[in-house]
Design a protein around this ligand. Sequence first.
Ligand code: FES
Length: 130
Amino acid sequence: MDRRTLLCGLLALTACGTGAPAREPGVGSARPGDRVAALADVPVMTGALVDVGGDGQLLLVRPSEAEVRAFHPACPHQGTVVNPPAAGVITCPTHRSAFDPASGAVLSGPSPRGLAEVPVAVSGADVVLS
Ligand code: FES
């Protein structure tokens, strides 16, 4: 057993199992005007988790063809990265808090508050920080 396998087993970190680098929820080193995703990569009526600024991660939500919103994806309860909207609700997989994809407001569950919104805009075919 190599050191990485041992550490993953001991710490039970999901990211270790995939080999994916750990991401910090938020904008990382990105700055206003930086591209965070192609608009085409954010499905209408749901959304996507995207890596931003080298070490950040945002939840992009697209409630309509023309609108995109972004949220800090860490659940305010204990920090789990929430899932993109399904059936009109953003859900935390750990303790099932539910959030409104239009506002990030908490709808139910133990989360003490909603998801923090990050300002973004559509610029041509891209979503950019604003
Ligand atoms: S960590 Fe999200 S509800 Fe507990």
